[in-house]
Design a protein around this ligand. Sequence first.
Ligand SMILES: Cc1cc2nc3c(=O)[nH]c(=O)nc-3n(C[C@H](O)[C@H](O)[C@H](O)COP(=O)(O)O)c2cc1C
Length: 429
Amino acid sequence: MAFEPLLTRNVGRPGSEAIDAYLASGGYQGLKRVLREFTPEKFVEEVKSSGLRGRGGAGFSTGMKWGFLPKGREKPRYLCVNADESEPGTFKDRLLIEKDPHLVLEGIIASAYAIECNLAFFYIRGEFHQGHRIFQKAVAEAHARGYLGRNILGSGFGLDIIMYRGAGAYICGEETALLESLEGKRGYPRIKPPFPALVGLYGCPTIINNVETLANVTLIAERGAAWYAAIGRPPKNTGPKLFCLSGHVKRPGVYEAPLGVPFLELLNEQAGGMAHPSRPLKAAVPGGSSMKILPASKCDVLLDFDSLAAAGTSLGSAGGIVMDTGTCIVGALLNLARFYAHESCGQCTPCREGTGWLVQILVRLERGDGRMEDVGLLADIAGRIEGNTVCPFGEAIAWPVDSYVKEFREEFEEHARRKACPLRAAAGR
Ligand SMILES: Cc1cc2nc3c(=O)[nH]c(=O)nc-3n(C[C@H](O)[C@H](O)[C@H](O)COP(=O)(O)O)c2cc1C
């Protein structure tokens, strides 16, 4: 499908991260338009009518979330940029941060103007050394040219940005754990309500938005809500989207397409198809490691929030993972469960204890010590984690376990029946 790249339009151009290159390609014109033509309230309405939904995982309407801020101005308001990106299979925000930081920065400034915030925090994953360096330089450049600081472009509006590096915990991508971490505390998610829009950072009204969401705000600032709302599958799945593809694909990477692009088109045309032609598609997780798996027979789906929900999974962070017929599903789930057991923050008992228990069971199934009742036990444990934790991290492991067992029950049972991993046994391992 022919599509004009919007979010990745500067990616691949030499020096794309520098402000001069950004300005030369028309950068910061959208911000100028917003400051000149919109009141903050009007720009909130503009983003609402664009249909933009958050790109961090939950897919909530960005403009509507901004609208939840209290009307009173007794306390300062904060904007926190979620640049934690730790979901396995997801590496799209990193691309924007490293290759086009000013596209993100312009969106941050326009968004801060809309929500009347004068201090934003950029919470970046600790391991993103290069991204941190590049973004910090972009912030300094924007300050030097009058796009940050006091009285931006003579508008009377001012904004400063504080860069904050996380310490590499997956849970700190969850918005309230992120706030705790920013406050210098252990990254334990908070009970909601109250939602951060009312009681957020330091007890003040706070908006948390994903990096890609904010880059989309730049596009809306440039060309308006009506233009934006016509991209993708309106009215509920609008705009361009970055899709990650990894696993057994010929060309793993980040691909831009309108929301609603067919998964098989992305896989076969953009990513070049399966890595080994002799090993066809077995299954895929279109949304990222914490979402439900689809067997190949169900992979003829459109990649947008509502189509994937109807197919029984979620768009999540669009971190697509592709598995070919050489993949042991039990082994793949064990790999995932180990990650989630390691990353569980330990605050809630079902998640802390349940994730470790899942690992034990999967280890014995994969090693050849499994029992037939283990298969039901996996689904049972997942069911007891789901809905019983403070934050959705519990679902992030319960959903994969539940769906892997449901879709590939035969394969789990075969492990128990044969007291071996069939694929490893066939390979003589
Ligand atoms: C365990 C967990 C990890 C998360 N990690 C991230 C992350 O790395 N980046 C991100 O933007 N959102 C992440 N989220 C979602 C955030 O809580 C939040 O919904 C998002 O930052 C809101 O931004 P958006 O509305 O622009 O999507 C995570 C959620 C959970 C439950």
